[in-house]
Design a protein around this ligand. Structure first.
Ligand code: ADP
Length: 226
């Protein structure tokens, strides 16, 4: 699904954010990308979304070189990817229902589709009782579950979760990982980044370790062991 061919990214002369990264993510995989702060995780994710461009190498989504796309095609590609961030990025003046409805409207869904799908997705992330709550009436874990619901509502092929548990305590972290695993079990490819190795211990899937922009390990499955 995703192919990185010898990708390097240099923001300026002193900072090599990615160095010669070659990587394949197959449809249906759950891939965790682990590394210290500054290792290049966010840069790697930005390459897939074409938020940043490689200094060298190519990035493909299926058979498409994402860095050769024109704006309109890029917008279409981004609709195939759901993204979740550390800071949730919810609309604070909208309820849980409205936050998801907003994403559906942007994708051209009808009011009937919205009315029928929103309660289902909130149930999937165990937030049925928060449907009319505003983000500031929800805990951090609940807000992140809402952000995940919004990311999956238009049925993307890939979910990118960039440090989704960075602001959460261990119990909420565990819940978020379990929800991402459930989404993966339902068929969506998941790419998860984290600086916290403990987070991925409960995943039991492929772990890629980045250090100073380079892939130093690619453990095909199982718990990360030093
Ligand atoms: P991570 O997500 O693992 O914390 P990043 O991808 O954010 O790592 O950063 C990798 C390296 O690239 C770091 O040294 C960081 O300072 C640098 N970097 C990231 N974004 C920029 C930018 N926009 N301009 C200059 N340097 C950047």
């Amino acid at each position: 699904m995703i192919y990185f061919n010898n990708v390097s990214k240099i923001y300026n002369r002193n900072s090599r954010a990615l160095e010669d990264v070659t990587l394949t993510v197959t449809a249906g995989e759950f891939v965790s990308i682990v590394g210290h702060s500054g290792a290049g995780k966010s840069t790697l994710v930005k390459m897939i979304l074409a938020d940043e461009h490689p200094s060298d190498g190519t990035v493909f989504f299926e058979s498409v070189n994402v860095h050769k796309l024109k704006n309109k095609e890029l917008t279409k590609l981004r609709r195939r990817i759901g993204v979740v961030f550390q800071d949730f990025r919810l609309l604070s003046n909208k309820t849980a229902y409205e936050n998801i409805a907003f994403a559906m409207e942007a994708a051209g869904k009808t009011n009937e589709e919205i009315a029928s799908d929103v309660p289902h997705v909130l149930e999937l992330v165990d937030l049925a009782d928060k449907i009319y709550s505003f983000p500031n009436q929800m805990s951090g874990g609940e807000q992140q579950r809402l952000a995940i619901a919004r990311a999956i509502i238009n049925q993307p092929e890939l979910i990118i979760a960039d440090e989704p548990t960075g602001n959460l305590d261990p119990i909420n972290t565990y819940e978020i990982i379990q929800i991402l695993k459930k989404i993966n079990d339902l068929g969506t490819t998941v790419i998860l980044t984290t600086h916290n190795r403990g987070v991925i211990d409960s995943v039991g899937k492929r772990v890629i370790t980045l250090e100073k922009g380079k892939i130093i390990r690619d453990d095909k499955e199982g718990k990360y062991v030093i």
